[in-house]
Write a protein that binds this ligand. Structure first.
Ligand code: ZN
Length: 656
């Protein structure tokens, strides 16, 4: 492991201990073998003048909700050191009381809650304290003879603390075991099955000790060739199954989740291990991950519905075996899955959640194999796992992430998404929590919809291969498909039937009708496995109220409507709702140029202004208003509606 310390970077902070603390915290956070997503914590002890000018001794410790990789100085909570030390002397201290007392001892009520390890940081008599859950240390300590190996690696250089629950209990244990020790005799502290601490009065020294001690553990693994044991395998792909598993996991969880398949050779190699059915169930790398990963993954064999139900039953049993009656059971769904032949799948109610799980799981898969190569991978016992998983402070951390917009966890595909109504729909779905794939003939869509939860795909919808690839890409990226919005279309120049050339007619039928059928057909197998699936056709007011000269546009739109009505009949048995929206007077889209407006107005003998306000409400309709209606029709308001045609046109006296 390499030190990332750079004198020229650190120089600017040398006079400011808190800035140095920020700097080395970020260095730790930058190495995923040391710290993963919100893991680890650091602190610095400082004398600061309070509001009244009196000097106080403070511990500035990582606040909860901050990530070491990106932490800034406001991410450190200032707590009076004396109070923390006195708390450590108490016989017992409940979690809620610990949180209250720590908050009460803060000199800035606006600062975040101090880390759950604040008391432990306070006890360590050095200015800088660094704590990580380093992979190499965990691989060595999650072992029946872990302590012996730690002795072999470090000898008397470190204090060794057997596993106890993090928080107050751990702080007390450390206090008890170090009472007769001189901290200056040690360079670090190993917490069995948990992680490592280093400390020094100098920020760089404390950081470098972390690097050095973890490197020693890595060398130990190298010497024993434990790193050579990582399995690798080619993976297959089955998007249909991937989306079915996601549906089942969402069903058990009672909310839609995203699914991300890690099909790298390493992930697949791990999933294919012969004893994976038993090995993967032994437990987590560190209890810190439990709130993200749960104790065990789902193991996928052949019957997916049965596998997921079995997981739920086992989780329920585990809870009942361990609860003292004071806890409330979490949902029964897995957070990740081992899928032999395919790789590892992670689930999350947000894309970020599923990514965090994926990263944790990929490090876990490595550590497990390394542990096995050392003799045996053996994490903490089940009662400790339960105690940590249901620790109210961990839970509180997770609960704070909860907020549920309508489409959280859902996956939508929108056609014609580079501009106008389609773009407005894509943005509205994302604003409401969904992940969206947007298709468009215009390749700019790839840049316009380029965010984690937005995938833009340049796609000619008349090309069935391209459509099929785009749908596959959606499932590959997000895990399934729940919502289809058929919006793409062209608006051919208006002509009387007797003047209409075959080419214009054929092209409009191809794009506005045949392609819509093709996209729908391609999506149906995935929609059948969707969570509360819905299809919305964006047709036209021209369907119920056609105008002269627009046959090339109106006829395929009428065909779409009929297609939707039949689809509603065919797909109702799978819970798929199919509805049609008939917009009109939407003048802020690319369809309406100055010329088309003038031409259309002319056909009715109206000026453009008269034409634009010719509806009952005398109002035009904005793209974003259409998008809101599309979302409403795809959402819970329309849960019991299918086969319906809804106008959004300011009211047409020819339809009313
Ligand atoms: Zn920890």
């Amino acid at each position: 492991m390499k030190s990332l310390w750079k004198n020229e970077e650190a120089e600017g902070f040398s006079k400011d201990p808190l800035q140095l603390r920020v700097y080395t915290s970020r260095l730790l956070g930058a190495n995923p073998d040391l710290v993963l997503h919100g893991g680890g914590n650091t602190s610095v002890k400082l004398s600061q003048k309070n509001f009244f000018g009196e000097t106080e001794e403070l511990l500035l410790v990582k606040g909860s909700g901050w990530d070491l990789a990106t932490i800034e100085s406001p991410g450190f909570a200032p707590v009076r050191l004396e109070t923390l030390k006195r708390l450590a002397e108490l016989e017992t201290l409940s979690d809620s009381e610990m949180v209250r007392q720590q908050r009460a001892a803060m000199t800035d009520p606006g600062a975040p809650n101090p880390s759950v390890e604040a008391i432990l940081h306070a006890l360590i008599p050095f200015r800088y304290v660094d704590h990580t859950h380093a992979d190499a240390v965990l691989a060595v300590t999650n072992h029946p003879d872990g302590e012996q190996s730690i002795q072999e690696i470090y000898g008397p250089r470190v204090i060794v603390i057997p596993y106890v629950m993090p928080g107050f209990v751990l702080a007390k244990k450390v206090r008890e075991l170090t009472q007769n020790k001189n901290w200056s005799d040690y360079e670090g502290m190993i917490l069995m099955n948990h992680g490592i601490f280093t400390f020094d009065d100098d920020a760089q020294e404390s950081y470098e000790k972390m690097i050095e001690l973890v490197t020693l553990a890595e060398n130990f693994l190298k010497d024993r060739k434990a790193l050579d044991s990582l399995a690798r395998a080619e993976s297959e792909e089955d998007l249909q199954k991937l989306s079915l598993i996601r549906r089942e996991v969402s069903r058990i969880r009672r909310e839609p989740v995203y699914a991300q398949l890690d099909s790298t050779a390493e992930a697949c190699g791990f999933a294919n291990l012969k004893n994976i059915n038993e090995l993967a169930l032994r437990g987590p790398m560190t209890s810190d991950h439990l709130a993200r990963t749960k104790p065990e993954p789902l193991i996928i064999n052949n019957d997916i519905e049965k596998d997921v139900s079995l997981y739920a039953r086992n989780y329920d049993d585990y809870f009942r075996r361990n609860t003292d009656g004071s806890q409330e059971i979490l949902d029964l769904a897995p957070r990740w899955a081992v899928w032999p032949g395919y790789g590892l799948v992670s689930y999350g109610r947000s894309l970020n959640d599923s990514k965090v799980v994926r990263d944790i799981v990929s490090h876990t898969a490595r550590a497990i194999q390394i542990g096995e190569a050392l003799g045996r991978w053996e994490p903490i016992a089940e009662k400790h796992i339960f105690e940590a998983e249901y620790w109210e402070l961990q839970r509180a951390k997770m609960e704070s992430f909860k907020q549920s917009p309508e489409f959280q966890g859902k996956i939508a595909l929108v056609t014609g998404a580079a501009s106008g109504i389609g773009l407005a729909c894509a943005c509205e779905f994302v604003r409401e929590g969904a992940a969206v794939t947007g298709l468009d003939l215009n390749a700019d869509v790839e840049n316009i919809l380029d965010r984690d939860e937005m995938l833009g795909v340049a796609c000619d919808i008349t090309d069935s291969g391209a459509v099929s690839n785009a749908v596959d890409e959606t499932v590959r990226r997000f895990g399934g498909l729940d919502i289809l919005v058929l919006n793409a279309g062209t608006f051919p120049a208006g002509k009387l039937i007797e003047d209409l050339d075959d080419q214009t007619w054929d092209k409009s039928i191809e794009i506005n009708l045949k392609s819509q059928q093709r996209i729908l057909k391609t999506c149906i197998p995935f929609l059948k496995q969707g969570v509360d699936p819905a299809v919305v056709f964006v047709a036209s007011r021209n369907v119920p109220a056609p105008g002269p000269g627009a046959s090339a546009y109106s006829v395929p739109k009428a065909g779409q409507t009929q297609l939707a009505r039949i689809a509603a009949l065919e797909l109702g048995q799978f819970g798929i709702r199919v509805n049609v929206l008939h917009p009109d007077c939407v003048y802020d889209t690319g369809l309406w140029t100055k010329e088309t407006l003038e031409r259309s107005a002319g056909r009715y003998g109206l000026t453009v202004e008269e034409y634009k306000s010719r509806n009952v409400l005398k109002s035009d309709v904005k793209s974003h208003e259409v998008a809101k209606m599309v979302c409403t029709m795809a959402g819970s308001v329309f849960a019991k509606t299918t086969g319906a045609q809804i106008p959004i046109d300011g009211g047409s006296d020819r339809v009313i």
